[in-house]
Design a protein around this ligand. Sequence first.
Ligand code: ADP
Ligand code: MG
Length: 370
Amino acid sequence: MKVVLKDLTKIFPSRDKKDKTEVVAVDNFNIEIPDGKLVGLLGPSGCGKSTALNLICGLEVPTKGKIFFGDEDVTNLPPEERGVGMVFQNYALFPHMTVEKNIMFPLENFKGDKKLTKEEMKAKALEAASLVQIEGLMARKPKEMSGGQQQRVAIARALVKRPKILLLDEPLSNLDARLRLQTREEIRRIQRETGITTIFVTHDQEEAMSISDLIVVMKSGVIHQVGKPQEVYDKPVNLFVAKFLGTPAINVFTGRIKNRRLYIGEADVMDVSDRVTDPSDERDVFVGIRPEGFVLDENGPLECRLDRVEVMGRDISVVSFHDAATEAETVCVRSIISAENQVDTSKETVRFALKPAKVHVFDAVSEEVI
Ligand code: ADP
Ligand code: MG
C-alpha cells in the first residue's frame, strides 16, 4: 500500500510557559512512499520523525494537509481503522501478560462478525511469532526475555493484524550494538517476506542506509532529500545532508570558486567547470571531501600537516590538519586509503590529489550544492 503525504504539517503550541514560540514539528511534507518498500526516515533528534510517524498512524491530528493510503484519504480515520502496525522504541509490552497474550492483544478488540475465537487468535499469534522467530517463547513474560527478544514480541504484535503499513519508531535504539545489527537484518528480512510497506525511523545514518530502499533525510521538520541511500550519499543536495551521511564524516573546508576553478586556501585544487558555467562566477564556498576522495600524491594540490596514520586492516586512515578545515570539533582531515599505500610518517606534511566525484561544493551562504 503506497502512502502519500500532501502538505502535511503539525504545529505544536509551546511547552515553555515563557517562550510562546510554536514548534513546527512537521513542515509541509510532500512525499510518496512506494508500495512494498522499506523507507528510512532519518534525521537528528527533535527533527520531527516521531511526529511524522504519529500523524501517519493517527495518534496525532495534522494542523494542515492530508494523508492517503493508496487512493483512500485516511486523514480523519482513527488509528484502529487505518490498518497500521506500530512499534515503539521502548517495546511497550504488557509486563503481566505472556508473550502469546501480548501478541494476541490487538485481536481481542475485534467486534461482531470479525470477532475471532480463542483458537483463531492463538493460530494468528503463532504465525506472527514464527515470522520473528520467537514461537518457542510463547509462555514467557517480557521480563524473562532479552531486549532483542522483547522487541521481536513488539514487532510480532504489530504484525498480527496483517497491517497494510508497518511503522517502526527507533526500534533498535534500546538494544546493544550486536543485537542492533542482528535485529535490523531481521526487520529487513521480515519486510521482504511480508512485502508490507514499512516506515522505519532512526537518527542513525548507518542504520538507515543499510536497510532502506529509500531514505528521507529531514531536519527541523523539513524534508531535505529523498532518494536511494547510495544516491543521497553520492549526490547530497546541501551541506547538512553531506555532513549527516557517512562515517567517518565528510571533511569540510572553506574555499572559493574563481574562474571555474576550486581553491582551498591558496591551493588551486581542481577544475569545476562541470559545475560552474559562468567564468565570472566568483564566490565563497564550502568544500566537502569524502574520506575516500583523497589520493596520496607527492605532486597533489592539497597539502596537509600530517598527524598520524591509523591502520584499519584493509584500509589506512591518514589523519592530518589543514587551516581551512571547518569542523571546530575535529579540525583534522580524515582520509581513507588502501593499505597498499605507504605513508612516510617522518615527513611533516602529506599531499593529496582529489577524486572529483567525491568532492562536493556548496554555496557558502545558502549551503546548497553547486
Ligand atoms: P524526533 O522524533 O525526530 O526526535 P519529535 O517528533 O519527537 O522529534 O519532536 C519534534 C519537535 O516537536 C520537537 O521540538 C519536540 O519538542 C516537539 N514536540 C513533540 N511532541 C510535542 C508535543 N506534544 N507538544 C509540544 N511539542 C512537541
Ligand atoms: Mg522520536
